[in-house]
Design a binder for this molecule. Structure first.
Ligand SMILES: Cc1cc2nc3c(=O)[nH]c(=O)nc-3n(C[C@H](O)[C@H](O)[C@H](O)COP(=O)(O)OP(=O)(O)OC[C@H]3O[C@@H](n4cnc5c(N)ncnc54)[C@H](O)[C@@H]3O)c2cc1C
Length: 409
């Protein structure tokens, strides 16, 4: 038997989990037939996967969607494999030695670091939102505590500001409005007995940039129907926590607004601090060959998966569209290396190429209603509710963690 090669996956969310499972299930066994032994390392700052798709409802009230339902242990998803084939590491990639082909990881459960050599590297560390209630900021316990804190504050809130006019902001404002104000009845455009002043502010002149203008306007109407007002062309510049627990926002229009709760839902940041500057674009996303999904400048057998790549449009449906390309090209590269005396041998024949789908595709629940489209075809409000708003698709959690949909390359 030859030496063991390390297949290292950084980030165990939608992108990283799919690739790790696809390797363990399909690619690894084929390489073993060729006499090549691999060990898969799955590295994540959080011990648990976070289905943040459900966070707009969960952060409003534990009664509506308990936060516990949104988290699942990453290690449990790999229990079906031979334990000698993989290791799940709870830790944060802090330093990447590109020339030396190692990743240094700060381990979560000690003061120690571990430097891991890699033969193949998959970068899938995603992005984070300003609030830990809507994305991981380290271990999942931080997000769980942030959700619980918002649950407590919103229970008695009479003024709430949500900032950000993308899907997270619109969904969150819709959930807050529905929870605090209820929904308009028949032939009415406002709830009859609102408890709170809920405002969604955006620095853009419209909501939901992925969707058409008419659908964006419909989203505003649906927000009004759960007692949410929308303010356009205003940006939050800074915020100050007041002694009485309220928060004051300094806005780009020169005004100051004070509310019981502010939920920021704009501005994602790529988790790429460990990546050398020359391998990132000016916004911090990892430079990737947008068709083969290799990080060409980072040496052989380095791939970028999911939202941290500069090619990504964000969102699970866009991410899943890239996985077949990634696993096919990973398999091609590793087969070429396995069957050649030259470790950096290039595979014969054409790579599988990724073509982005730039169509109007998004589903946005807004309280009991919703707007959305698939490939430009509008979806009726009740279908958005049925497909997503009913339970924010939490059935996808075991599918993702256990890799049930991991593709065969
Ligand atoms: C509130 C919210 C709602 C959303 N709803 C939808 C939706 O309804 N539909 C949809 O299609 N998309 C939705 N999205 C987008 C979707 O969540 C992302 O597209 C998807 O999660 C991206 O997956 P990823 O694997 O690329 O990265 P992420 O999900 O961002 O995961 C990155 C992983 O890497 C880990 N990590 C980060 N840095 C390090 C490091 N240095 N070392 C080790 N591990 C690290 C993190 O802990 C995390 O587990 C939503 C996003 C948000 C914020």
């Amino acid at each position: 038997m030859s030496e063991t090669h390390n297949f290292v996956v950084l980030g165990a969310s939608g992108a990283g989990l799919n690739i790790a499972h696809s390797f363990l299930r399909h690619i690894g066994p084929e390489l073993k037939e060729l006499g090549k032994v691999y060990h898969v390392y799955i590295v994540d700052s959080s011990s648990h996967f976070f289905w943040n798709t459900g966070s707009p409802r969960s952060l409003v009230s534990a009664t509506l969607l308990p936060a516990d339902k949104l988290f699942a242990p990453i290690a449990d998803g790999f229990k079906s494999y031979d334990a000698s084939l993989y290791t799940v590491i709870h830790g944060t990639a802090e330093f990447w030695d590109v020339g030396g082909r190692t990743i240094t990881i700060k381990l979560a459960d000690s003061e120690n670091t571990q430097t891991l050599p890699y033969y193949t590297l998959v970068l899938a560390t995603g992005t984070r939102t300003p609030s830990p209630a809507t994305s991981l900021h380290g271990n999942y316990t931080i997000s769980k505590a942030a959700i619980a804190d918002l649950n407590t504050k919103l229970a008695s809130a009479t003024s709430v500001i949500v900032s950000g006019g993308g899907p997270t902001g619109v969904e969150t404002a819709g959930e807050v409005g529905q929870f605090l104000n209820g929904s308009a009845g028949w032939f009415s455009y406002r709830p009859s007995n609102p408890k709170a002043k809920v405002t969604l502010i955006t620095d853009a002149d419209r909501l939901l940039p992925v969707l058409s203008k008419p659908r964006a306007l419909k989203a505003e109407t649906f927000l009004n129907m759960v007692g949410v007002d929308v303010v356009y062309n205003v940006k939050v510049l800074s915020s100050v926590n007041e002694a009485d627990g309220k928060i004051t926002l300094n806005l780009s229009n020169g005004e100051q607004w004070t509310a019981d709760v502010h939920i920021p839902a704009w501005g994602t940041t790529p988790n790429s601090d460990y990546v050398p500057a020359d391998l990132k674009n000016d916004r911090g996303y990892i430079k990737t060959n947008g068709t083969t999904l290799r990080a060409d400048a980072a040496g052989s057998r380095v791939y970028v998966a999911g939202d941290v790549g500069d090619y990504s449009r964000g969102g699970f449906h866009n991410l899943y569209a890239t996985i077949p390309t990634l696993v096919t090209n990973i398999k091609r590269d590793l087969h070429a290396a396995a069957t050649s005396s030259e470790p950096d041998a290039k595979p014969e024949g054409p790579d599988r190429l990724f073509t982005p789908n730039n169509s109007e595709t998004q589903a946005v629940p807004i309280g009991p209603r919703g707007v959305g489209a698939v490939n430009g075809w509008g979806l009726p409000s009740f279908l958005i509710w049925l497909f997503k708003g009913r339970n924010y698709m939490i059935g996808n959690i075991p599918v993702t963690v256990n890799g049930y949909n991991a593709p065969t390359p």
